[in-house]
Write a protein that binds this ligand. Structure first.
Ligand SMILES: [Zn+2]
Length: 52
């Protein structure tokens, strides 16, 4: 009896891992985003720092 339903946990982990925290170097705004082409939602700068 070693049944493990990991589908639900996997989907949660994936969505959490896909969101990366960024800080805008231009205005200091911190936000979460995903993907490689991001811009600050406040000032539209693409000069972003990854926080983790
Ligand atoms: Zn900004």
């Amino acid at each position: 009896m070693c049944f493990v339903d990991s589908s639900a946990a996997d989907s949660v982990d994936l969505s959490a891992a896909a969101m990366t925290r960024y800080e805008c170097s231009a205005c200091g705004n911190r936000f979460k985003g995903m993907g490689s082409k991001l811009s600050c939602p406040d000032c539209q700068s693409t000069d972003l720092k990854k926080l983790d």
